[in-house]
Structures are given as C-alpha cells and as structure tokens.
Design a protein around this ligand. Structure first.
Ligand code: ATP
Length: 437
C-alpha cells in the first residue's frame, strides 16, 4: 500500500531503520490511543536539511507509561525521570530516544524551574523557547510525517529568524536569553526585532542574576562549546551579556585575538597529542578571561559554580599563563628540566591557552620554540625515577621534606639526560649526601 511505504520528504534524510522505528512507535501510539510526536530541535534540524539522531518524542497522554511500552517491545534500556515525567530509551544499537508527556509549564517565580501539568500538544509547543523549536511531527499511522506548526516556525526558519512565542518568554526562563544567542550564532540566523527588544528588556532587570550558578554555567559552557565561540563571544559582548559573568569582563581586542587563536592551538594540540582530551568550552572560558585579574576570575568561578576541577583549570589561566610564557621565552632557559618545572603543575587546558596566546602574538621564533618545548615536555612528563621514597629510607636517609628535593633532583637529572640508570641515581645521592647506595 502506498501509504505504508510512503516516506514524508522531511524524513528522507534519516536512516531507514530509524524511520521504520518511528513508524512502529506511531503504531504503538494508536494501539495505546495516544498521539505521538517528534518535537523540538530534531524537527528544526530536519527542516533545515540536517540530520540529528538525538530524538525527542512527546506523547499526548502518559509519556512514561508509553516509554515503558516501547522499551519492552524493543528491549531498550530505560531510565525514568519521574520528576520531569520523562524517560530515556537506549536501543540495543545505541540509538537514544527521549520521551516526554505533553505539558504546560507555570513559573512561580522568574528564573526558577517551572511546575508542570499535562496538557495538549499545542500548549506543549507554546511553552517552548522559540518558534523554530516549536514544531512537532506526528508519528501516528494516519498522520505519519504531518507537521504541527501552530506558531509560524517554518516561516521563521525560512526567514532565518529567532523569535520567542510570547512577550513573557525571557521572564519565564532567562536561560532563553543565552539560548537565543546560541541558536542565532549556530544557525547564522538573526534575532527578530521584538525578540531582541524583549531580550534587552529582560537583560536590563535582575533576572539573570537570579539564575542559579549551575544553570548559568550550563548555558555559558554550551555557548562556548559551539563551533565558533569567537562569534558567540562577540555577540554576547554586543548584547552586553558578558557582564552577567562579571561586570568588569569585556571582550577587548587582546582577548579577541587570543580567542581567535584557540582553534589553531587546539588543532595543533590534538594533532600532536590525540589521546589527551581537552575540555574545549573551558579553554574558551580561559581565553575569554585571559585578561582578568585573579580576583575577577575567582568571582566568576563562584558565580558559575564551577566544579573543583574546572576551577583548577580556569585559575591556571589568566596572568599566570603570561608569566609562564615569559619564562619559557627567556633565552636563559635551556635545560629541559627547567621547562618541565614551569609546566608541570599546569592542566593541559592551560597549555593550549598558552599556545593560543603565543600564536596571537605573531612572534614566529618564540612560537616555534614554545611548540618544541611543549613536545619535549609532554614526552618528559612520562619519565620516572627508578628510586622511590622507600629506597631513600632503606639508604638511611631521614624521612622528611628533603625526600621531595632529592627525588626532584633525580627526576631533573633523568629529564636532562645526566642520569640514565638506577646506578646513576645511587651515585648522585652518594655524591650529594655522602651515603652508601
Ligand atoms: P540542540 O541542537 O542544541 O540540542 P535542541 O533544540 O535540541 O538543540 P535542547 O536543549 O535539547 O535543544 O531542547 C530540546 C527542545 O526542548 C528545544 O528544541 C525546545 O523546544 C525545548 N526547550 C529546551 N530548553 C528550553 C527552554 N529553556 N525553554 C523552552 N523550551 C526549551
């Protein structure tokens, strides 16, 4: 039958097995007497001709019960988030599908998470952030592939416009201010005129200050994880949104130069050290705050509620990296162990930042020296001494801080090639401390 095999044009790009699965899920919807839709970013991306396999489904009815049914049918793994009436399915082939219940949201206070109640698909779409993200695609057999676009999403996609659904949208959820910039810059769209006015209005109040640290952090790191963070930062700066990280944070020409050099630094790094993964959004955050004082950085770290690990990385950026670069550029620094000592406490992200900073300065000789230093350092940091603290003890050395000093000297010798064997290590200690090894 034609209607059985017909594949709506929009779904042409999805793999056959995914379309087949969606069709079957639609049939299950009919069996359960509920309407099932694909919603949000997937539909947007499909309409733009992009394939996203991050499928979000919503069910007019009990989404969680429906998710259980699908999980049973396909032996998919299931995680239920009761509080949000959502579930995540992981199929045996790795495909992931999130299933929610269509709902309406109400906000007791601006900036806090909403309370939710079941509602129609139209209401569910109305609570969404932008018209382009508020299009649903129905899966039930008779309506398979039908688009539900109650708020002009397709026309805004054609006009390449980001538009909120109602005037209170940014007040309801100020994270949408950052989401607006994220989609605008990613898709190379423009904020629609009223939307930009509403955004500016919302940003002129204390709404964003009321956002919790983790929520603000999430938005900022997502923005910095986009493909072109330099564009994103320029736009945040233009919309005067950087002040929500710190009132003194600004996108100066110098900062911009560093940020713009980060992609080249990352490419160089991953080419040389492919198995040393880099937290890319954090590197960009470090680049953005590269001219900030330690006090400003500390305030931003607190505001964004960065984890201990993230905070450690970010604190190693800034002026600290400038000092390291200055030392490394010093002609007097010739021993590999000296380079090792300057760099050993730095997280990889700070090394990438240092490289980006140096790249932004356009001093070819110093840059190539730095690259050489980094390559040597990365090799040298795998070097170990043969002797350990236990050995020093059995050699009769009194335990204490001097152990660190001695082992450090041994390591320096190994790195510089003046010590190459365990016997050399013994001899070194003997000579320095007059001990019998
Ligand atoms: P991405 O490609 O970045 O994943 P996405 O559109 O899929 O984009 P998600 O954050 O995964 O974004 O959200 C899925 C959908 O949920 C959105 O398309 C939107 O309809 C809705 N949504 C997400 N966050 C909000 C929000 N803060 N306010 C309103 N609707 C939202």
């Amino acid at each position: 039958m034609a209607s059985q095999t017909h594949r709506p044009a929009l779904l042409q790009r999805l793999p056959d097995r995914v379309v087949g699965l969606l069709r079957e899920i639609g049939q299950l919807g009919d069996e359960r007497g509920c309407r099932v839709y694909v919603v949000g970013g997937v539909v947007r991306d499909l309409l733009l001709g992009h394939v996203t396999l991050d499928l979000d489904l919503t069910v007019e009815g009990d989404g969680v019960a429906f998710a259980r049914l699908v999980a049973d049918r396909y032996r998919a793994g299931l995680a239920v988030f009761e509080r949000f009436a959502t579930a995540r399915l992981v199929f045996p082939d790795g495909l992931k599908i999130d299933i929610a219940t269509t709902r309406r949201e109400s906000y007791a206070l601006p900036g806090v998470l909403p309370t939710v109640q079941p509602a129609s698909i139209e209401e569910d779409l109305y609570r969404r952030d932008f018209t382009i993200n508020a299009i649903a695609l129905q899966l039930n057999p008779g309506q398979f592939g039908r688009l539900l676009d109650a708020y002009g999403g397709q026309s805004d996609l054609r006009a390449r416009t980001i538009r909120v659904l109602h005037a209170g949208s940014f007040q309801d959820d100020p994270t949408r201010i950052f989401r607006a910039v994220r989609f605008e810059q990613r898709l190379k769209f423009r904020l629609e005129r009223t939307t930009i006015r509403l955004l500016a209005q919302a940003a002129s109040t204390n709404l964003i200050q009321q956002l919790s640290g983790p929520r603000l952090q999430n938005e900022i790191l997502l923005l910095l994880g986009e493909r072109d963070p330099a564009r994103v930062m320029a736009r945040l700066s233009q919309l005067t949104l950087l002040r929500f990280l710190h009132r003194r944070l600004s996108y100066t020409t110098n900062v911009k130069r560093v940020v713009t050099a980060v992609p080249k630094a990352l490419t160089w790094w991953t080419g040389r050290f492919p198995d040393r993964g880099i937290d890319k959004p954090i590197v960009y955050f470090m680049a953005l705050s590269s001219e900030s004082s330690p006090a400003v950085m500390a305030t931003m770290i607190r505001r964004l509620a960065l984890s201990r690990e993230q905070a450690r990385k970010v604190s190693a950026g800034g002026k600290f990296v400038d000092r390291v670069l200055k030392r490394l550029a010093d002609e007097g620094i010739v021993r590999p162990s000296q380079v090792y000592r300057f760099l050993v406490d730095l997280p990889d992200e700070a090394l990438v930042l240092a490289l980006a900073k140096q790249m932004s300065l356009q001093q070819a000789a110093i840059l190539s020296r730095l690259k050489g230093q980094l390559v040597a350092y990365m090799k040298n940091r795998t070097i170990k001494t043969a002797l350990t603290g236990r050995d020093l003890q059995s050699m009769g050395l009194q335990p204490g801080p001097q152990y660190g000093t001695i082992l450090g000297k041994l390591l320096d010798g190994r790195i510089d090639g003046t010590i190459t064997t365990e016997a050399d290590e013994h001899a070194f200690i003997q000579k320095r401390f007059g001990l019998i090894g």
